[in-house]
Design a protein around this ligand. Sequence first.
Ligand SMILES: NC(=O)c1ccc[n+]([C@@H]2O[C@H](COP(=O)([O-])OP(=O)(O)OC[C@H]3O[C@@H](n4cnc5c(N)ncnc54)[C@H](O)[C@@H]3O)[C@@H](O)[C@H]2O)c1
Ligand SMILES: [Zn+2]
Length: 351
Amino acid sequence: MSPTFLLHHCPIYLGPLAESIPSWLKNQDYSQVFVLCDENTRQNCLPYFLEKTGLPYKVQWTEIKSGEGEKTLATCEKIWQSMLDAKLDRRVLVVNLGGGVIGDMGGFCAATWKRGVDFVQVPTTLLSMTDAAIGGKTGIDFHGIKNIIGVFQQPAAVFVDPVFLQTLPQRELRSGFAEVIKHALIGDPNLSDRLLSMETIRSANWTDILQKSIAVKVRVVQEDPLEKGLRMLLNFGHTIGHALESWFLETDEPLTHGVAIYIGMICEAGFLMGKRDLRAEVVALGQNVFPHLKIDPNIFPAIWERMQQDKKNSSGTVRMAVPDEMPFSLKIIEPDQLAVERSLTFYNTLS
Ligand SMILES: NC(=O)c1ccc[n+]([C@@H]2O[C@H](COP(=O)([O-])OP(=O)(O)OC[C@H]3O[C@@H](n4cnc5c(N)ncnc54)[C@H](O)[C@@H]3O)[C@@H](O)[C@H]2O)c1
Ligand SMILES: [Zn+2]
């Protein structure tokens, strides 16, 4: 089986692991394999992984607790401790079997273990298949600040097998779906058409959708590996979305990343002035998938305040990257508080 994409020498395979992994391993020379998983991927994904890949090496694995709250230096210490206990040498292959938390943290631990050993990403959530596993960003949260410690390090390979989506809870499937919508709006009208003709999110043809969605991410990262220009497009929806996500995280009703980003995309799309009715496109792509919420206008100022802490800002000005004409063009918007509040009010009129 040949790779579906090649990103800076990193092959990305889309298809059954039983074909992709053995075919890639034929040309590699590792001494052993070390798999990192969490309790959910150990139960739902590890047996399939071990059975289908039939790795010709000594395989050891370790499990950490799932969740964003575990993406910390303390968990890294546990991972490095298990690596030490497992007596890993520099020819080990680390396999990150999980969602974005496992991929980001496992990538970081491998990239720093003995000054760096090879790792591969085997993403098991929709979000990590289409987004987190691709592009070489690894890292952890620190003092509550997301992804503040980390390194850019491309994996040795990425193996995407949509079979894992069968056990993924609906809320997680939805969460990744927002990134798929984002990719469609950035660079592929055909992907938009596919999403619009999908009956339910469960019955989607994921191989086809992932092929198109990953292609957009690959193209953007290829052109801008260190996030100096075009890659900012991948932040569409995330300036207002992250502010919403972090505000709701402190309430009894947190939003998933995807729901927050979907609302963020609706709001940010309204800032694009031109021929393209981007806001109508976002609404159409997500209306049968995402819940219609009402955001209390009393919290609008707090959302604005959080937007001002966003890492994309420079010298105190809030900046958002919004896709412009198709494909792959962006507009940088510097909104003021009133305009952001107006966009949230517009979102409220949809429900
Ligand atoms: N590196 C990047 O470029 C990048 C891009 C986007 C997001 N991220 C990061 O990704 C993380 C979010 O990733 P995520 O949404 O995959 O979350 P996650 O890794 O927390 O996974 C979500 C939940 O699904 C469970 N799970 C995973 N696969 C499963 C399966 N097949 N069946 C059943 N349950 C399964 C996990 O145990 C977890 O409880 C964040 O930390 C974010 O910062 C990184
Ligand atoms: Zn995102």
